[in-house]
Write a protein that binds this ligand. Structure first.
Ligand SMILES: [Zn+2]
Length: 157
């Protein structure tokens, strides 16, 4: 029985840096965007990240939303680049990188949900979440960063 649970999420430095910058720039609002890449038997490798507009009406400090049109554009971009649309990233301003109930409600199967925790306009942590097969809860994916030799905990200076 194959569980995709065992794959390690690898963030290549270029998309990782872009997502960090975006999350800091949009602070104290939530940033969001798509992640693209490819998979092997044991790994899911993110090679490109592309920001999208947080289309949430109202409080963007605690919520993000991506429009259906942006999802369509993301699918088209993946096809064009011969990459797989692997997930969505967003930031948690002044909150830990733990997926919220709201994140769970809007989550789709297969996608990795990478969350950057931004504390006082600095990246504090990154975690990734994926829906379990029952679709009712997340499990945490192992994240490997290529710009730093640490898993999860990040030096910001
Ligand atoms: Zn969230």
């Amino acid at each position: 029985m194959t569980e995709q649970n065992s794959k390690i999420l690898i963030l290549e430095s270029e998309p990782d840096i872009l997502m960090r910058k975006h999350s800091i720039e949009d602070f104290p609002n939530e940033s969001c965007g798509f992640m693209y890449g490819y998979e092997t038997e044991t790994e899911r490798i993110i090679t490109i990240a592309r920001p999208v507009i947080n289309s949430k009406e109202g409080d963007q400090k605690r919520r993000f939303e991506i429009s259906p049109f942006d999802y369509m554009k993301a699918e088209a971009f993946a096809l064009q680049k011969n990459l797989t649309l692997l997930g969505v990233y967003h930031s948690h301003p002044q909150h830990p990188a733990i997926a919220s109930v709201h994140d769970l409600k809007s989550a789709m199967p297969f996608f990795s949900y990478v969350i950057y925790s931004v504390m006082n306009a600095k990246i504090d942590d990154v975690k990734s979440w994926q829906l379990k097969d029952n679709g009712e809860e997340f499990y945490e994916e192992e994240v490997r960063l290529t710009i730093l030799n640490t898993v999860n905990k990040i030096q910001t200076t």
